[in-house]
Design a protein around this ligand. Sequence first.
Ligand SMILES: C=CC1=C(C)c2cc3[nH]c(cc4nc(cc5[nH]c(cc1n2)c(C)c5CCC(=O)O)C(CCC(=O)O)=C4C)c(C)c3C=C
Ligand code: FES
Ligand SMILES: [Fe+2]
Length: 423
Amino acid sequence: MSLRIPLARAGKRATASYVPATSILSPWRRRNATVAPPVTQDATGAKGPTAMVFMNMGGPSTTDEVGDFLSRLFADADLIPLGRLQNYIGPYIARRRTPKIEKQYAEIGGGSPIRKWSEFQAAEMCKILDKTSPETAPHKPYVAFRYANPLTEDMYKRLLEDGFGGGKGGRAVAFTQYPQYSCSTTGSSLNELWKWRQRLEGKRATGEVDPEGAIQWSVIDRWPVHSGLVEAFAQNIEKTLAEYPPERRDDVVLLFSAHSLPMSVVNRGDPYPAEVAATVYAVMQRLGMKHQYRLVWQSQVGPQPWLGAQTSDTVKSLMKKGQTDMILIPIAFTSDHIETLYELDKEVIGEDAEGHEGVKRVESLNGNPVFIQALADLAKDHLQSGIACSPQMTLRCPGCVSERCLAQKEFFAGQTKRLPAVA
Ligand SMILES: C=CC1=C(C)c2cc3[nH]c(cc4nc(cc5[nH]c(cc1n2)c(C)c5CCC(=O)O)C(CCC(=O)O)=C4C)c(C)c3C=C
Ligand code: FES
Ligand SMILES: [Fe+2]
């Protein structure tokens, strides 16, 4: 069976009766596929308001929230599949881990800054979009976290309160803040979004949603080599390189560090390792390939095998060989979090490298204006494309057996026919 759903591409908008040729839609759903009315326009031709929903994992804003954060994280079968015992083992592991992780958050200032940065980035991006994409204005910023406040469920309720859906239609874009797609990160957030759509917009008994008047969703599901993202990373690296004396600068090794994945997820066919490598290569091309570099992996949890080489082992090995000038570049996360502020700064630089002045970390993208402009450019291109998600999102991992993935992809792929016509 083909798992691929062909989608209409930019400039070739799907017609109202469009049904994918080799669709993963079940025959019943194909026969009963309903088409929503077009989005209404105001007198100026504007099709807004448009909700721009920033999706991410989130983090505890205070140490008191660490327990809840970890229990949601270990309850997520898309991230940590624990089988039928998920509801027993998950809370147990979360409880056992909480004191250690609370201490780490206490050491980085008492909580994760991810909520502050996500709300700032979303609001700033919307201000730019209102100017560059007046036809979809006004753009309203929302944040939906998977494991911390504001949760996906709360964001969805706010959308409904704000007049999206509930019989009124309206357009919302789920914009993943993970540049590279993994089924354990963006995939999990999309499964959660789909679940709350069924619960909050669907019939109580069946969860079936009447598309007439429901929110029209589309997804920015990955952007690993977007030129603005690459530029923002490259500029930050150049800034850090400039801190070395000129005679040492050319010999600095660049270590791109990304959160690792269990090998079981890699072997399932998860796209993340290839997409992270694509970002690294694009940044190196922008830097003229003038430095030695490696992509290394951090933050593995638990006893099973994870993708390597590990960041901390690599730093120790280079130090041992006398290579004491190196720059760590967090490449798979766009704002500061426990893995940059604690693991890289305190453990890798502070302990493994013994605080050697030649080992530095580039700033995270956080409120970087080049980065926020990149988000706005990406969003504008997406809004004008007339597609609901990338063709790549509709291909399941070769080893995927998840009904959640199937239903979620079926839903988002089917949204293309409901989007407003491309000008
Ligand atoms: C792109 C980034 C990330 C991927 C891919 C990812 C996969 C992944 N993570 C776990 C387990 C845990 N991750 C934890 C924290 C955490 N993870 C990421 C990013 C990715 N995870 C971040 C940014 C954070 C920190 C959040 C913050 O501070 O804001 C944790 C909790 C911390 C701990 O207990 O050590 C766990 C557990 C798995 C199993 C996985 C892939 C399947
Ligand atoms: S696990 Fe990748 S598509 Fe389901
Ligand atoms: Fe993680």
